[in-house]
Structure formats: C-alpha cells, structure tokens
Design a binder for this molecule. Structure first.
Ligand code: NAP
Length: 345
C-alpha cells in the first residue's frame, strides 16, 4: 500500500462523493486531502462528507496547505471551474483529472486554454478531462470504430430519466422549469451542451476528419402535470426535458453526432421513450450498435459513471507528459484493480 498515488479530492458534490467512495480502499490510490467550496464542509472528515464514515482526512479551503501535501493528482470535480485554482494546482506540478469536458480544448476560450497549457508546462503537470458523456462514451465509440472498414456516421445517445441525479441548479441552468416559449431557453440548453462540441472535436481529431462546423438543435418537452421530485418541483406546462443533437458536419453531412434525450419524470409531451443508458451506433461497414444499459433493471448511477473514468485514469495521467490531454492521448483507461478492491460504495 506504500506506493499508492496521493490524491486530493476537490469538492464533495455528487461526482465528488462518488470519487471519494471510488478511491477509499483502492489499491493504487490514497486520498490525502480535500478541498471544500462550502464553508460548512471545512473541518469535516471527507469520508463523512461522502456518507461512508470517517477516513481521517479533513476538508479545508486552504489551497496552499493542500498543495503542501505534494499530491500526485487532484480529482477536480467542482460545479464550475476556478481557473486561478487550476493554474495554481498545475504550476505546482500536481496533475488534474476532471469531469469538466469543456476543458478538453478551447471550450472556455483560447485564452483559458493557453493559460492552463502554460501552467501545465511550468509545473510539468497534465490536465485530463473525461466523464461519462461527454468522456468515456466517446472513448468507447473510438474503440468500436477500429472494427470498421468504412464509417459513414458515428452517433452517441444518452437517453435517461434524470430524477435520480438531484441537481436542481444544473437542471434550471439548462432551462428546465422555464416556459417553452421563453426566448432564453434555447440558448441556455445550447450553452450547457457546449462540452459535446468539445467531444465532437476530440473524436474528429482521432478519426482524422475535418469538420466544416458543429450544429446544435433541440426540442423541449413539457410537464403534463405538476411534478414534485423532492429536490425540485415543476408546474404543468413548464420545460421538463429535451431531445437534441450536437452534430459535427463534414461537406454538409452530419458525421459525428452527440444525441440526448433527458427527461425529468415520465409524464411529458412529447413523451420520448428512454433507453436508461447509452446507445452508440456506427453506420458503415460493418454497421454496429452498442447499448450500455444498467444490469438487472437497476438505475444507472450517473455520478459513479461520471467520476470513475476520471479516477481510473489517474495512474495514466500521472505518467503522461505535461499538457492538456483527453482520452485520445492516454493509454486505454480500464477498471484496473477494481476486481480486487474492497468495495466501499
Ligand atoms: N462529463 C460528464 O459526463 C459529466 C456528467 C455530470 C457532471 N459533469 C460535470 O462534473 C462537474 C461536477 O458535477 P456535480 O454534479 O458533481 O456538481 P455539483 O454536485 O453540483 O457540485 C460539486 C461541488 O462544487 C462546489 N460548488 C458549488 N457551487 C460552486 C460554484 N458556484 N463554483 C464552484 N464550485 C461550486 C461544491 O463543493 P463542496 O462539496 O465543497 O460544497 C459542490 O458540492 C460539473 O462541472 C458537471 O458539469 C460532467
């Protein structure tokens, strides 16, 4: 256990909690510190914040103290990026894994990308972006694409009923709860789907295809009745879901598509069917369809599936050359060590 990589967990929200549970007892990883954004979490044990009992590591908002621990990696799973923090972490030589896929390229603008890339260079550190979708699903599609002799189109779909991911702020930022005629709604959903544009750019780069443009279209579904999810209420007629696509275009044709059907509840108009998982289709030779669905009728845990591609990549990211990397720049990320791990959560 002496050679485990030292990890600082950055925040303990939904994915952060899943990451903590995924790292406690991990044969290759050790949580040595934790950053708390919320003042009430400062001074509390990280295990307790993750609902698994104390692990002897206390959350703090003291960035210098966390960097003084000389961690190998930070699992940066905050709600929104703090670029000043990221810059400090990277230039201190600490690698970062994150589920903010917008950080894969110039998703936050070229100035931010250049600033973070320079911090990576100064510190000799890597910044790795993943997640489930965008993220690991893109990597899965690229793995499957290697079986084809011709590819006409690759499409990914996330099709879920989302009330199991209690994040009212995230849903409202995506326009859920607004009147469908609200002029702000289309822009809000497109802004929140910006990370899919990064996913498409990464996949296009891996497949060596030049894109003319990336298009976004979406339609809204409204609640048929008043709905109460415990963490959030919606009134009849308000936006309760979307169906849409971000499409990478080549010579006027859509060649890489990130699709989504996201619903809060099952009583919407239109009431699109949900797959409760992910569907990957490659049109070409051979045509391929891959469905990732929860086993035994269980519900997909979005938080675990989002956090673990980041956690499981840590050894590769620590070994990677400095810079901003995505799944096309690392060895294949697997669930290494998990078959032998004592399960915590
Ligand atoms: N690629 C994917 O597949 C995928 C899927 C889902 C989510 N995500 C991304 O993963 C990240 C984490 O998602 P999540 O659902 O775990 O987030 P979350 O639970 O809403 O928030 C995570 C933590 O961020 C901190 N925080 C709260 N408000 C903040 C603010 N205004 N600025 C910065 N930090 C703030 C809090 O830290 P404390 O714990 O210290 O209070 C909170 O617990 C988000 O960027 C999300 O977009 C990616």
């Amino acid at each position: 256990m002496g050679s485990r990589l030292r990890v600082v967990q950055w925040t303990t929200g939904k994915t952060g909690t899943a990451a903590v549970r995924g790292m406690v007892g991990h044969p290759a990883l050790e949580i040595v510190g934790c950053y708390a954004y919320s003042p009430e979490k400062v001074g509390r044990d990280v295990g307790e914040l993750a609902g698994i009992g104390p692990i002897g590591v206390t959350a703090t908002d003291d960035v210098d103290a966390l960097l003084a621990l000389r961690p190998d990696c930070v699992t940066y799973l905050a709600y929104r990026p703090d670029f000043e923090h990221l810059e400090r972490i990277l230039e201190a030589g600490v690698n970062v894994v994150t589920t903010m896929y917008m950080l894969a390229g110039a998703g936050y603008g070229e100035e931010v990308r250049d600033r973070l890339a320079a911090a990576c260079e100064r510190g000799g550190a890597s910044l790795y972006t993943t997640g489930v979708y965008p993220g690991h699903m893109g990597m899965t599609a690229l793995a499957v694409s290697a079986m084809c002799s011709r590819i006409d189109r690759i499409s990914l779909l996330e099709s879920v009923e989302m009330s199991g991911y209690p994040n009212e702020r995230m849903f409202r930022a995506m326009s859920i709860g607004l009147d469908p005629a609200d002029p702000a709604a289309p822009g809000m959903i497109e802004a929140n789907c910006g990370s899919f544009k990064e996913q498409i750019r990464v996949m296009a780069g891996a497949l060596a295809v030049d894109l003319d443009e990336i298009r976004f279209t979406a339609e809204f579904g409204v609640a048929n009745d008043d709905l109460d999810f415990g963490f959030m209420k919606l009134r009849k007629g308000q936006i309760a879901g979307f169906k849409g696509v971000t499409a990478g275009m080549h010579r006027g044709r859509s060649v890489i598509e990130c699709r989504f059907v996201w619903k809060l509840g099952h009583d919407l108009t239109p009431n699109w069917p949900v797959e409760d998982g992910y569907v990957l289709e490659i049109e070409g030779s051979p045509g391929v369809r891959v469905q990732l669905a929860p086993l035994g009728g269980a519900h997909f845990s979005g938080a675990i599936a989002t956090a673990m591609p980041a956690v499981n990549a840590i050894p590769h990211v620590v070994a990677a050359p400095p810079g901003i990397v995505n799944h096309t720049g690392l060895p294949f990320v697997t669930g290494r060590h998990l078959l032998t791990r004592d399960q915590v959560g």
